[in-house]
Ligand binder design. Structure first.
Ligand SMILES: *Cc1c(COP(=O)(O)O)cnc(C)c1O
Length: 491
């Protein structure tokens, strides 16, 4: 069994084994023409259940053969130009290379003595991101597992910085289109069920700042305490960007923490054409970025950035066996400012302890492609969304919501002959399901004003307007068939 341990004596076995795995995936990618096979849970579950985990195959080739059946053949492939559903991106090769390196070396980024250079690389990328945002010289941050964790940590800091310790009095303001992790975080942080005040959006699905101002004023008048305003820079459903400069002004006026959830929109930080859409983000006290959404990075790769490094002390706890007090460097300038002889332990800034070296993927990406290279890919999908909107707007079969700022299109099939809104909802739901079952394309669904809509989240620069047009035809076909069957039935 020791021959399976990765070490100096098994380097050759490692090379062969991983190479074989890479070969399988490469073949799969080269021959997969659809995003999905349409397999159902009922078909696949028995295949997985039938495997006896207590009877190992003993050899990687056999395990890879088996993996074809339980996973690889029927996986959902985001690299397919017709995968248009959720905020999943195709990944860039330098990042996948980074992933292979980081899992083999297996650094853990909690302390310097488990990572060394890994810690410095992560800190450089945090500084680089903070600089792109414009957070100023005292900024800092840390990589996280995803936007959900980044938002939780940002709101933890905001809670600790708030002007009261009476949790029942704290209020968080975010738009009705903000991510559900805001609500989840509020609960985890011990705030009451009323803590998150939902601010209405305008026609473009951006937070109405007049309503925000009114709610902040009402909060103050009622003797409550504004804990944070969460602006979303790229809502999950519409890609809409809240008016950051106006929100910053109000946050300043009411002396409250401003968090920008740029989990989706962070790709604009490197966009040669669209960086201005994030103007105002530099006023934030904290920012969430998901490199695994718009930087074409494999899951997971995310970070939370803060304007004032000192606020990260709210995540600092000590253990004698890990990061004893003398090594702590609360509020010290980031790596570029010099370490002043202190030992950099990233665990002092993180909610996690053992932590992946996800930063390496972004590092490899920037070293191979450069920031502009990543930003151009994101610009391409935003351009594609704009073209897709034109298609939808000109198509009498479809109703399309807001013109996209990023790369999302929300639309629904509207038959000419049918007026029953429930039937139209069902036709759209059916079309999505039938498309998924066919495996020809994958699209998402959402609700707008209580009605069923469909959604394209475009993150693949290989997707073309022809793909979009073809998928719209497929959806219309499924919806028409459904209506045909159900109208005959009704009459
Ligand atoms: C995806 C998303 C999140 C959550 O990020 P995860 O990485 O999935 O945890 C938070 N906010 C917004 C706006 C998102 O789109």
């Amino acid at each position: 069994m020791r021959s399976h341990l990765l070490n100096d004596m098994t380097a050759e076995r490692y090379r062969r084994s991983v190479t074989e795995g890479v070969e399988r995936v490469a073949n799969r990618l080269a021959t997969t023409r659809r995003p999905f096979t349409g397999v159902t849970p009922d078909e696949l579950a028995p295949v997985v259940s039938a495997i006896d985990l207590d009877r190992p195959l003993g050899d990687a080739s056999a395990a890879l053969d088996e993996l074809e059946d339980v996973y690889l053949r029927d996986a959902v492939y985001f690299h397919s130009p017709r995968y248009l559903a959720h905020l999943n991106c195709p990944v860039v090769i330098p990042a996948v290379l980074g992933e292979a390196v980081l899992s083999a070396v297996n650094s853990s980024l909690d302390t310097w003595d488990q990572s060394a250079g890994g810690t410095l690389i992560e800190r450089r990328l945090i500084d680089w991101t903070a600089q792109r945002i414009g957070l100023g010289p005292a900024a800092d941050g840390v990589f996280t597992s995803g936007g959900t964790q980044s938002n939780l940590q940002a709101l933890l800091l905001a809670r600790q910085e708030a002007k009261t310790t009476d949790l029942a009095k704290l209020r968080i303001f975010s738009s009705e289109c903000s991510h559900f992790s805001v609500q989840k975080s509020a609960t985890l942080l011990g705030l009451g069920p009323e803590a998150v005040v939902s601010i209405p959006v305008d026609r473009d699905k951006r937070m109405q700042t007049v309503a925000l101002a009114a709610e902040l004023e009402r909060c103050r008048a009622e003797g409550l305490v504004p804990m944070a305003v969460v602006a979303t820079a790229g809502t999950t459903d519409f890609g809409s960007i809240d008016p950051l400069p106006e929100i910053a002004e109000l946050a300043g006026l009411y002396e409250t923490w401003m968090h920008v959830d740029a989990a989706y929109g962070c790709g604009l930080l490197v966009s040669p054409a669209r960086r201005h859409l994030l103007d105002g983000i530099e006023h934030a006290d904290s920012v969430t970025v998901d490199y695994h959404k718009s930087f074409f990075q494999p899951v997971s790769s995310s970070a939370v950035l803060v304007r004032d490094a000192a606020t990260l002390r709210h995540a600092t706890y000590h253990a004698d066996y890990l990061n004893p007090r003398p090594t702590v460097e609360v509020g010290a300038p980031p790596a570029s400012g010099g370490l002043r002889g202190r030992i950099p332990n990233q665990v002092d800034k993180s909610l996690q302890t053992t932590r992946r070296f996800d930063a390496l993927k972004l590092w490899m990406t920037l070293r191979v492609m450069g920031a502009d290279g990543v930003g151009q890919l994101f610009d391409e999908v935003c351009d594609l969304a704009a073209a897709g909107w034109e298609l939808l707007a000109a198509d009498p079969r479809y109703d399309v919501v807001v013109r996209p700022q990023l790369s999302t299109l929300v639309y629904r099939y509207i038959p000419r002959s049918v007026t029953d809104p429930v039937l139209i909802d069902r036709a759209n739901l059916h079309a999505r399901k039938a498309l998924f079952a066919s495996g020809e394309a994958v699209v998402a669904g959402t609700k707008v004003g209580g009605r069923q809509y469909l959604k394209f989240t475009l993150l693949n620069p290989e997707t073309t307007t022809e793909d979009i047009a073809a998928v719209l035809d497929l959806i219309a076909g499924h919806a028409e068939q459904f209506l045909g069957e159900n109208l005959v039935h009704a009459s």
